[in-house]
Design a protein around this ligand. Structure first.
Ligand code: HEM
Length: 324
């Protein structure tokens, strides 16, 4: 009898603890009762825009990343600046983000069906997933239940976003401090199979690597010569494809490029300087097949859990560019 009593107390205690832990985080199916069509509605917005303009997939994926790395995945990257405050959106790294109209379209469709229920931070996470899968990439289940933050500060984006000049140690520290592993780093870097980069993001590798007008010895010198025909010194307007030939489709090419020392950024090249990340890069090229697609979904879910606001913190914005 005493054992039974002890057992039931134990079970109740466990249920409470589990419930508590769970309610702190995000979960798949969070809107099952409150907005059952959320995934369909978001996907429609993505299909409407991205099937007409496939180059939008890249900045939409990047938008979720830039949201999560600054104050957590709280939609703070979507907020507009005000007279008294410059927002994350205005940081240099965010000036090339595009596709805010897709987020707005999803949000206004959702507000019609389930007003005040779905956060902009969750919309971003779903849009990133749907954009990737629409252009031949993997798909994954997105845990939901994030709430929107009320704060967005330009200088926090400048400080917290990785730069294209970061070396391995810096990247490892940046990712690690947000709870992401070295594996997440090498997997998520594979997002650079999509999209374009401005010449200035890797200009010094071509024209002035150590301040003496030299080139980065860790980049394929023939590739630099090719890139120089597109990017002139101090060029601030031209963009080049990061995965030339298939920058609009999600594939494993990024790892081929990095292995050939043709990744555009120091942050890409540096993946060859660590044993673990180098092994991952090379494994993606092996004949036994790549694990990148599966891994990408797992790491995107990990990234999507950074610093989330849940329960009573934050709010559900009515419009994604403004706090309520
Ligand atoms: C590891 C640290 C990272 C660094 C240093 C970095 C840096 C950059 C830079 C400098 C650009 C080009 C910006 C420009 O010149 O316009 C870029 C583009 C891009 N990044 Fe990253 N990135 C990193 C990680 C990621 C992650 C984790 C993702 C997503 C999972 C991602 C997705 C993208 C995409 C899709 C683009 C192309 C955007 C477009 O076409 O508009 N990056 N990144």
């Amino acid at each position: 009898m005493a054992t039974l009593k002890f057992l039931s107390i134990f079970i109740i205690y466990f249920a409470i603890v589990l419930g508590f832990v769970n309610s702190q985080g995000v979960e798949v199916g969070f809107y099952k009762k409150t907005c059952p069509n959320v995934e369909k509605i978001v996907k429609k917005a993505v299909v409407d825009y991205v099937s007409i303009a496939p180059t939008l997939a890249a900045p939409l994926l990047r938008m979720h990343f830039h949201d999560c790395f600054v104050r957590g995945c709280d939609g703070s990257v979507l907020l507009n600046s005000t007279k008294s405050n410059q927002a994350e959106k205005d940081a240099i790294a965010n000036l090339s983000l595009r596709g805010f109209q897709v987020i707005d379209a999803a949000k206004s469709a959702l507000e019609k069906q389930c007003p005040g229920v779905v956060s902009c931070a969750d919309i971003l996470a779903l849009v990133a997933r749907d954009a990737v899968s629409l252009i031949n990439g993997p798909t994954w289940q997105v845990p939901l239940g994030r709430r929107d933050g009320r704060v967005s500060i330009l200088s926090e984006a400048t400080t917290n976003l990785p730069t294209p000049f970061d070396n391995f140690t810096t990247l490892k520290t940046r990712f690690g401090s947000l709870g992401l592993s070295v594996k997440d780093l090498v997997v998520l870097s594979g997002g650079h199979t999509l999209g374009v980069s401005h010449c200035f993001s890797f200009g010094s590798r071509m024209y002035n690597f150590t301040g003496k007008g030299d080139m980065d010895p860790n980049m394929d010198q023939k590739y630099i010569a090719q890139l120089k025909t597109k990017c002139k010194p101090n060029d601030v307007t031209t963009t080049v494809e990061m995965d030339p030939g298939s920058f609009k489709t999600f594939d494993t090419d990024y790892y081929t490029l990095v292995s050939k020392r043709r990744g555009l950024f120091v942050s890409d090249a540096t993946l060859l300087t660590d044993k673990q990340t180098k092994a991952y890069v090379l494994a993606q090229l092996s004949s036994s097949g790549s694990t990148f697609f599966e891994d990408f979904g797992v790491s995107m879910v990990n990234m999507g859990k950074i610093g989330v606001l849940t329960e009573k913190s934050g709010e559900i914005r009515k419009k994604c560019a403004f706090i309520n």
